[in-house]
Design a protein around this ligand. Structure first.
Ligand SMILES: [Fe+2]
Ligand SMILES: [Fe+2]
Length: 368
């Protein structure tokens, strides 16, 4: 990124230093605090609005720096920019003090391309900017970038709510499903994985990886569109319970000891209980609770076996194990696809062999 600047509009100068530092790793960042003015000639390529949008002056400040036509009504752009005939939108990340439906709608109307909670870690804001800018500059990778951004939005909001016992806005997940399926179908699983691996949060990376692998699997199986969406939703949500597992355990480099493993193994029930109280559908709840169950009864938390484990769970468990084997960590290299598939095949008392073979075909189809 060597042209234009990332504008950081802020009314919280105490936070702007950390954000500015990390945004400068993506592109040149210009901070505009309070009533400050832009440098002459600054052309924003992306905007981070760390503003209280319920204040009229904040709304005015954001509108003043947006490209013509980015904020609704869209018809304005077509009048103002008849040659282009369409809006040239730039990434606008709004850091929201409140994420009520009304506030999110207002941010969208103001031209926000992504809304993140105000307390989102600066490195994640930078990652979203990076994804959005690259999604707009490269048509080929754009489809993956959009899918990742939508999925990251969903995960960020849901994990934060799960951690703090807040409202689970499940609607945001729905908005991420079609972009994920489209990204994997049009851009290919390999491109999706390349983008996902730039995420430095191990849990989000894993969920995005499982979602991408799941999308590839159900696209390959030619499920009906609605069933594809249900499956990818279960994949995105399957480890939500990890929101309440200590980071020291989640991110421990290497094997967990027995006590740590016991804590880690609570995550399916935690996720299930969080989602059950949010009105989630039964199939997704079952996938979240049972994705570590094995056909021979050796899994957890309920020790289910054989026919007690439903089809969705069987499919998801295969995707989950494959993702865990192939993901990159600072302490281990990714296992090659062929080796990971061999591990799955060796688990023939635990996983359904026919589904594993089919899964292998689906993964191999990505490299054909
Ligand atoms: Fe899990
Ligand atoms: Fe998992």
């Amino acid at each position: 990124m060597n042209d234009g600047a990332i504008l950081l509009l802020t009314d919280r100068p105490d936070r702007s230093a950390a954000l500015e530092t990390i945004l400068n790793t993506v592109g040149r960042c210009e901070v505009v605090a309070g009533d400050g003015k832009l440098s002459l000639g600054t052309r924003p390529i992306a905007i981070v609005a760390d503003l209280t949008l319920t204040r009229r002056e904040s709304v005015g400040r954001l509108r003043a720096v947006l490209p013509v036509g980015q904020a609704t009504p869209q018809i304005v752009s077509q009048v103002a920019n008849p040659v282009a005939g369409r809006v040239v939108r730039i990434p606008v990340i709004c850091l929201m003090r409140s994420t009520s439906d009304q506030d999110l709608r207002q941010a969208r109307d103001l031209g926000a391309t992504v809304c993140l909670p105000a307390y989102t870690a600066p490195h994640l804001v930078a990652q979203v900017i990076r994804d959005q800018v690259s999604a707009r500059s490269e048509t080929a990778s754009g489809v993956s970038g959009q899918g990742i951004v939508r999925a990251t939005e969903a995960l960020t909001g849901l994990f934060a709510a799960a951690r703090e016992g807040g409202d689970m806005a499940l609607g945001v997940v729905e908005a991420g499903l079609t972009p994920i399926l489209a990204a994997v179908r049009e851009g290919g699983l390999t491109q999706w994985l390349d983008t996902v691996w730039t995420h430095d949060d191990a849990t989000y990376q894993h969920c995005l990886l499982v979602a991408g692998v799941s999308a590839q699997f159900v696209n390959f199986l030619q499920f009906r569109e609605q069933d594809r969406q249900h499956f990818v939703r279960a994949a995105l949500l399957h480890d939500l319970g990890k929101a309440r597992i200590p980071q020291a355990i989640l991110n421990k480099p290497g094997r967990l000891d027995a006590d740590e493993m016991a804590i880690m193994r609570t995550h399916p029930v935690i996720g299930y209980e969080i989602l059950r109280d949010s009105g989630c559908d039964a199939a997704t709840l079952s996938a979240v609770r049972h994705h570590h169950e094995m056909l021979d009864g050796s899994g957890y938390p309920d020790g289910l076996a054989g026919s007690a484990i439903g089809d969705t769970v069987r499919l998801l468990t295969i995707c989950d194990i494959y993702a865990a084997l192939t993901e990159r960590r600072s302490y281990k290299p990714p296992m090659p696809m062929r080796d990971a598939l061999a591990v799955l095949e060796s688990m023939d008392t635990k996983l359904e062999a026919g589904l594993v073979r089919c899964f292998g075909d689906a993964m191999s189809a990505t490299t054909a």
